[in-house]
Design a protein around this ligand. Structure first.
Ligand code: AMP
Length: 124
Protein backbone atom coordinates (compact mmCIF):
# COMPACT_ATOMS: atom_id res chain seq x y z
CA UNK A 1 0.00 0.00 0.00
CA UNK A 2 1.37 3.43 -0.94
CA UNK A 3 1.78 6.12 1.73
CA UNK A 4 -1.26 8.44 1.80
CA UNK A 5 0.02 12.04 2.01
CA UNK A 6 -3.46 13.19 3.04
CA UNK A 7 -3.47 11.28 6.34
CA UNK A 8 -4.00 13.45 9.40
CA UNK A 9 -0.44 13.18 10.73
CA UNK A 10 0.99 14.20 7.34
CA UNK A 11 -1.23 17.28 7.60
CA UNK A 12 0.10 17.97 11.11
CA UNK A 13 3.68 17.66 9.80
CA UNK A 14 2.88 20.15 7.02
CA UNK A 15 1.28 22.42 9.69
CA UNK A 16 -2.03 22.35 7.81
CA UNK A 17 -3.73 21.41 11.07
CA UNK A 18 -2.55 22.24 14.60
CA UNK A 19 -1.21 19.93 17.26
CA UNK A 20 -0.30 20.26 20.93
CA UNK A 21 3.43 19.84 20.33
CA UNK A 22 5.69 18.60 23.12
CA UNK A 23 8.91 17.90 21.19
CA UNK A 24 10.46 18.26 17.77
CA UNK A 25 13.84 17.53 16.24
CA UNK A 26 15.11 16.81 12.74
CA UNK A 27 13.71 13.26 12.73
CA UNK A 28 10.63 13.25 14.93
CA UNK A 29 7.63 15.23 16.14
CA UNK A 30 5.74 14.51 19.37
CA UNK A 31 2.33 15.87 20.32
CA UNK A 32 -0.49 15.09 22.74
CA UNK A 33 -3.15 12.63 21.62
CA UNK A 34 -6.46 14.37 20.94
CA UNK A 35 -8.35 11.58 22.75
CA UNK A 36 -6.09 10.68 25.68
CA UNK A 37 -6.36 7.18 27.20
CA UNK A 38 -4.19 8.05 30.21
CA UNK A 39 -3.22 11.26 32.04
CA UNK A 40 -0.15 11.46 29.80
CA UNK A 41 -0.78 10.27 26.23
CA UNK A 42 1.67 11.50 23.64
CA UNK A 43 2.26 10.39 20.06
CA UNK A 44 5.73 10.36 18.54
CA UNK A 45 5.95 10.26 14.75
CA UNK A 46 8.84 10.21 12.31
CA UNK A 47 8.96 13.12 9.87
CA UNK A 48 9.47 10.74 6.96
CA UNK A 49 6.56 9.18 5.03
CA UNK A 50 6.21 5.71 6.58
CA UNK A 51 2.77 4.21 6.94
CA UNK A 52 3.52 1.75 9.74
CA UNK A 53 6.15 0.14 11.96
CA UNK A 54 6.42 -2.50 9.27
CA UNK A 55 7.21 0.09 6.58
CA UNK A 56 9.50 2.12 8.87
CA UNK A 57 11.59 -0.83 10.07
CA UNK A 58 12.04 -2.14 6.52
CA UNK A 59 12.56 1.07 4.58
CA UNK A 60 13.86 3.89 6.79
CA UNK A 61 17.61 4.59 6.81
CA UNK A 62 19.45 3.45 9.94
CA UNK A 63 20.05 7.05 11.06
CA UNK A 64 16.34 7.80 10.90
CA UNK A 65 15.48 4.68 12.91
CA UNK A 66 18.09 5.49 15.53
CA UNK A 67 17.05 9.14 15.66
CA UNK A 68 13.41 8.25 16.00
CA UNK A 69 13.82 5.80 18.89
CA UNK A 70 16.19 8.18 20.66
CA UNK A 71 13.46 10.80 20.31
CA UNK A 72 10.91 8.47 21.95
CA UNK A 73 13.20 8.12 24.98
CA UNK A 74 13.93 11.83 25.04
CA UNK A 75 10.22 12.65 25.01
CA UNK A 76 9.53 10.25 27.90
CA UNK A 77 12.30 11.83 29.97
CA UNK A 78 11.18 15.34 29.00
CA UNK A 79 7.62 14.51 30.09
CA UNK A 80 9.04 13.39 33.45
CA UNK A 81 7.54 9.91 33.22
CA UNK A 82 10.76 7.90 32.78
CA UNK A 83 12.03 6.36 36.01
CA UNK A 84 15.47 7.76 35.19
CA UNK A 85 14.11 11.26 35.83
CA UNK A 86 11.98 10.34 38.86
CA UNK A 87 8.78 9.31 37.05
CA UNK A 88 6.78 6.14 37.57
CA UNK A 89 7.37 4.68 34.12
CA UNK A 90 5.43 4.49 30.90
CA UNK A 91 4.24 2.19 28.16
CA UNK A 92 4.93 2.72 24.51
CA UNK A 93 3.29 0.86 21.68
CA UNK A 94 2.76 1.04 17.96
CA UNK A 95 -0.47 -0.34 16.54
CA UNK A 96 0.43 -1.91 13.22
CA UNK A 97 -2.21 -2.94 10.72
CA UNK A 98 -5.79 -4.17 10.91
CA UNK A 99 -5.74 -6.53 13.89
CA UNK A 100 -4.03 -3.85 15.97
CA UNK A 101 -6.65 -1.26 14.92
CA UNK A 102 -4.12 1.17 13.46
CA UNK A 103 -6.30 4.15 12.54
CA UNK A 104 -3.80 6.63 11.14
CA UNK A 105 -1.58 5.32 8.32
CA UNK A 106 1.54 7.25 9.38
CA UNK A 107 3.84 5.33 11.75
CA UNK A 108 3.42 6.53 15.33
CA UNK A 109 4.36 5.42 18.81
CA UNK A 110 1.97 6.04 21.68
CA UNK A 111 3.46 6.95 25.08
CA UNK A 112 1.03 6.24 27.92
CA UNK A 113 1.76 7.28 31.51
CA UNK A 114 0.43 8.98 34.62
CA UNK A 115 -1.49 6.06 36.12
CA UNK A 116 -1.15 2.32 36.69
CA UNK A 117 -1.58 1.05 33.13
CA UNK A 118 -2.78 -2.43 34.11
CA UNK A 119 -1.91 -5.67 32.38
CA UNK A 120 -0.16 -5.81 29.06
CA UNK A 121 -3.16 -6.68 26.89
CA UNK A 122 -6.89 -7.10 27.35
CA UNK A 123 -8.82 -10.08 26.03
CA UNK A 124 -11.13 -9.11 23.17
P1 AMP B 1 -3.86 4.34 16.20
O1 AMP B 1 -5.12 3.58 16.47
O2 AMP B 1 -2.66 3.70 16.82
O3 AMP B 1 -3.68 4.61 14.72
O4 AMP B 1 -4.01 5.72 16.95
C1 AMP B 1 -4.28 6.93 16.34
C2 AMP B 1 -4.36 7.96 17.44
O5 AMP B 1 -4.33 9.26 16.85
C3 AMP B 1 -5.61 7.89 18.31
O6 AMP B 1 -5.23 7.69 19.65
C4 AMP B 1 -6.28 9.25 18.08
O7 AMP B 1 -6.89 9.75 19.25
C5 AMP B 1 -5.11 10.11 17.64
N1 AMP B 1 -5.43 11.27 16.82
C6 AMP B 1 -6.21 11.32 15.72
N2 AMP B 1 -6.25 12.55 15.22
C7 AMP B 1 -5.45 13.31 16.01
C8 AMP B 1 -5.07 14.69 16.03
N3 AMP B 1 -5.53 15.56 15.08
N4 AMP B 1 -4.24 15.13 16.98
C9 AMP B 1 -3.79 14.27 17.94
N5 AMP B 1 -4.10 12.97 17.99
C10 AMP B 1 -4.93 12.49 17.04
Amino acid sequence: MAYDPENIFAKILREEIPCDKVYEDGTALAFRDINPQSPVHVLVIPKGPYESMDDFSENAPDAEIAGFFRAVGTVARQLGVAEAVGGDGYRFLANTGRDAHQEVPHFHVHIFAGRDLGGMIRRA
